[in-house]
Design a protein around this ligand. Structure first.
Ligand SMILES: [Zn+2]
Length: 276
């Protein structure tokens, strides 16, 4: 079952796409359209819905926030519709030339995406007719991830930096210390609206992001204390009384799990990548 929804917040059009295999979708992805700029292209499982939602828009340029398949899933289709430049961070442009394989559950949930060889690396800003967006690297969830910030309107397009104040699982490659650094960096910006790719917040986004920062800092510290005592990741997981979201871990063939969060902290400590 597929669902499409949309909203308008000032000049920003948000389009929300969901795909559920046997039931109503539980997870959604947003793409945003503002002044000729399309931010992200959604998941390929909703390709028909995405292309139909944007076909009458005056898309002049596209920006991809990071390489994950729910953001980069329809670049090819969008380019066929509009033949416009597609921008991304330098790292994202590199990764998208040969994107990592995704697990079968990810394919079922979001769908795969094609390699892209002609993405254009962005530097400090991207301009539309009426706005100048600052580009801020926000690695951690994905190494190539960027946010867009419009200081006059106090808009922050935060990709997957927020998603929720509480996080129950990580991908294997995520770094909690780097996410903490990215959240701290973004909290220095004077933003009011958080255009999150999964969970937009028109009010109170700063508080929610601060809450996520506290959650991560506490999680990091509790793992660090046990790691310093010589506990293994498995022992830390048990000692902290953590529990997996059974179906998510199972459904994702372990590519998404809470154990990955513990592992992430241990890896960060061993690589001397610390939250501050
Ligand atoms: Zn992501």
């Amino acid at each position: 079952m597929k669902t499409v929804d949309s909203f308008k917040h000032n000049e920003v059009l948000g389009m929300k796409f969901g795909h559920g295999l046997f039931s109503k979708p539980k997870m959604f992805v947003h793409t945003y359209f503002i002044d000729g700029l399309l931010i992200d292209t959604g998941q390929s499982n909703c390709r028909r819905q995405v292309l139909s939602a944007i076909k009458d828009l005056n898309v002049e340029q596209v920006l991809i926030t990071h390489y994950h398949e729910d953001h980069s899933g329809n670049i090819k289709g969008v380019k066929q519709l509009f033949d416009v430049p597609v921008y991304a961070s330098e790292k994202c442009c590199e990764i998208m030339k040969n994107p990592p394989r995704i697990s079968l559950p990810q394919k079922i949930l979001w769908g795969n995406r094609e390699a892209q060889h002609n993405l254009i690396p962005l530097e400090n800003t991207i301009e539309t007719t009426n706005f100048t967006f600052e580009i801020h690297p926000i690695p951690g969830h994905a190494i190539d991830m960027i946010a867009l910030y419009e200081p006059n309107r106090k808009w922050l397009f935060s990709a997957d930096l927020y998603v929720n104040s509480y996080i129950g699982y990580f991908l294997k490659e995520e770094s909690m210390a780097t996410q903490i650094q990215s959240i701290k960096k973004v909290l220095n910006l004077d933003f009011e609206v958080l255009f999150c790719s999964h969970n937009p917040q028109f009010k109170g986004g700063r508080k929610l992001l601060e809450k996520k920062l506290v959650f991560f800092e506490n999680f990091f510290e509790s793992v660090r204390v046990l790691h310093d005592k010589g506990f293994s990741p498995k022992e830390i997981f048990k000692h902290l009384g953590l529990k997996e979201h059974g179906y998510i871990k199972q459904f994702s063939s372990n590519s998404l799990s809470k154990f990955n969060m513990v592992n992430s902290v241990v890896r960060d400590i061993e690589n001397e990548c610390l939250p501050s």
